[in-house]
Design a binder for this molecule. Structure first.
Ligand code: KG4
Ligand code: ZN
Length: 348
């Protein structure tokens, strides 16, 4: 079975072909193509939704064509089209979603709408490179830490395709904190990679920035840390930018690693899965491996940031949710999802 996965929730236009030789067998990554808009948003220091949507429109068809060509796959070789339905930027989501719908309609293929956050977690069932078949299958139940530009969540995954949300950020997502602190340090967007690079050059490593532990809860908070960096940068005796970057990265990674490890222990899970753009961070990968009481799985950096392969991978667990392309269905934005999470917390 072969699935084409399409992703356009934020600032990467991505498509990928993922296959599976047998039911419940390991996934094979046939191709993965990502057109990143990073440079386009560098001048504004963040994603401008309207600019992102227009760029998706221009990139989508070439990206899909390339993903099929790299996989040596024709339209007739596909069994379904999977696409991110949300959460994300509404305008950006609409481009990928409606393109997938149109393609599914034209080729008479079933459409599988996929949750972006579940997609990030599903990247842990993919091999590390195109042309390979996955060798490792994470064991369930698992705890998943999803840390990206839009989300920081701790999810309990007892079985494939179903998640219980244990906690999440109360303000900024971890990646958002990296991006905002990068702006304070005059570093380009997206902020994660340049902060990490600068932090590695710090010669003095003494500054300690605050950590919001929020004890008794699985929630996170990074806005206080961001304010602490802003105050430090503005103070007359500010340490060099490399030391600030280092202290910031240490604070984020310390909180994420310890809170995820403690929750994994408490829930008695068999594995800890890390996913999302921030999971590409070298220091976070190291700290989580140090703290975790159970085996840790983290996709290679190229499959941590947004990609179409993770959307196809998640779709293999939702074959029963496939719908005809003409079904009336809409995308759901990040704002809609956040409101639903708040409602659920109020009624819990
Ligand atoms: O998952 P992703 O590609 O998009 C969203 O779904 O949001 O994550 C993008 C986020 C950005 O905030 C970016 O700064 C962060 O992931 N990121 C990193 C690294 N690479 C990307 N953060 C820290 N260290 C990195 N190496
Ligand atoms: Zn993402």
């Amino acid at each position: 079975m072969r699935i084409l996965g399409i992703e356009s929730s934020c600032d990467e236009t991505a498509a990928s072909v993922v296959s599976r030789a047998t039911e419940d067998g390991p996934l094979r990554l046939e191709s993965t193509v990502v057109a990143s808009q990073g440079d386009l948003h560098a001048a504004t220091g963040g994603v401008v939704p309207e600019v992102a949507a227009r760029a998706h429109l221009a990139a989508l068809v070439p990206v899909v064509r390339r993903a099929l060509a790299d996989a040596e796959c024709g339209w007739d070789d596909l069994d379904a089209i999977a696409v991110t339905a949300g959460p994300g930027l509404p305008g950006a989501l609409l481009i990928g979603f409606n393109a997938a719908r149109g393609l599914a309609y034209a080729r008479d293929l079933p459409l599988i709408p996929v949750d972006h956050i579940e997609g990030h977690v599903a990247a842990n069932w993919l091999p590390t490179e195109a042309g390979q078949t996955a060798e490792v299958q994470p064991e369930l139940p698992a705890l998943a830490l999803v840390v990206s530009g839009g989300h920081s969540e701790l999810l309990l995954m007892e079985e494939h395709g179903s998640f219980q949300r244990l906690g999440g950020t109360r303000d900024d997502a971890a990646g958002e904190a990296f991006d905002k602190v990068a702006r304070l340090l005059d570093l380009p967007y997206p902020g994660g990679p340049p902060i990490s690079k600068l932090a590695a050059t710090a010669t003095v490593r003494k500054t300690r920035l605050p950590r919001a532990w929020l004890r008794g809860s699985d929630d996170f908070s990074f806005s206080g840390l961001k304010t602490a960096v802003a105050n430090l940068v503005a103070s007359p005796d500010a340490p060099p930018p490399a030391e600030i970057a280092w202290a910031f990265e240490e604070s984020v990674c310390d909180v994420l690693a310890k809170k995820a490890a403690r929750a994994a222990e408490r829930e008695g899970v068999a594995s800890l899965l890390v996913a999302g753009g921030v999971a590409a961070n070298r220091r976070l990968r190291e700290r989580i491996r140090e703290e975790s009481p159970v085996p840790v799985h983290i996709p290679p950096p190229s499959l941590c940031t947004d990609n179409g392969a993770m959307i196809a991978a998640a779709a293999f667990r939702h074959l029963d949710d496939a719908i005809p392309a003409e079904t009336e269905i809409d995308i759901f934005s990040t704002a809609v999802r956040k409101a639903a999470v708040k409602r659920a917390a109020r009624t819990a």
